[in-house]
Design a protein. Structure first.
Length: 252
């Protein structure tokens, strides 16, 4: 992929990043994994066998979010991304992928919650995953405030078989997947949540923190407008400071 697809993003959002829950890791990195490396990183492409996607699986542009279910900034960004998908989703040009990135250093419950979301998908499929995550974000006060005893209750609230859900969760079936996803986020340059990658193939432009709607629109449009086969953005690029939509998607 030509780096011209990626570089405009860093220009659009430079100086406008909203800090998320941040922790620091070692300063050493390998070439291509540092977000400051020409504003570009290389990350794992969407995998239908393991990833959770909202929107067209064949969308050329994918917003990949590494998130922590106890992060208040991720909770805020969940609403923003539903707005983004309301705008772009029907065009089939943009899709949203979520991957777990629990920051156990500050949110000791987040890893088990990430496993719960995986079990929701295991029991009910991709749609159940998104319903579960939306409901968990609706219920949790964030910052490690959710009682883990509520995890099966949330499963029941979104229509899942609670017995099957508990069997999955108690087995630890997805603990390795969650741990591997954490390591993957670190390798791709993540230092806090939400860690966002605007991706075409395996090329990605990183964004840190709960980006507001206008910044996400500008970043996505910067990529769409330069993709020869995407036909441009879904609509006119939102100028800086333009008002956000007056209605937010309902949390399931």
């Amino acid at each position: 992929m030509n780096t011209n697809y990626i570089l405009p993003i860093t220009i659009v959002v430079a100086g406008a990043l909203i800090a998320g829950a941040v922790f620091f890791v070692g300063k050493s990195s390998t070439p291509g994994t540092n977000p400051t490396d020409a504003g570009k990183v290389t990350a794992r492409a969407y995998d239908p066998a393991t990833d959770h996607i909202l929107g067209n699986p064949n969308a050329q542009v994918k917003v990949v979010e590494y998130m922590d279910l106890e992060c208040p900034h991720c909770k805020l960004f969940e609403t923003t991304m539903h707005q983004i998908m309301d705008y772009y989703g029907t065009s089939g040009k943009v899709a949203w992928v979520q991957r777990p990135f629990p920051l156990a250093q500050i949110h000791s419950k987040a890893a088990k919650e990430a496993e719960a979301a995986e079990c929701a998908a295991d029991v009910g499929g991709n749609e159940a995953y998104w319903k579960y995550v939306d409901k968990l974000f609706e219920i949790t006060p964030s910052d490690n405030g959710l009682d883990l005893a509520q995890l099966p209750q949330i499963a029941g609230q979104v229509g899942l078989d609670i017995t099957k859900f508990k069997t999955c969760l108690d087995s630890g079936k997805y603990s390795k997947k969650v741990t591997d996803s954490y390591s993957e986020a670190i390798k791709a340059g993540g230092q806090g949540t939400p860690y966002i990658l605007i991706m075409v193939g395996t090329d990605a432009a990183p964004l840190n923190g709960a980006q507001p709607y206008d910044s996400m629109r500008a970043a996505i449009d910067a990529v769409l407008n330069q993709l020869p086969d995407a036909g441009g953005a879904a609509g006119a690029t939102v100028p800086a400071g333009s008002p956000q939509p007056t209605s937010s998607p309902e949390i399931q």
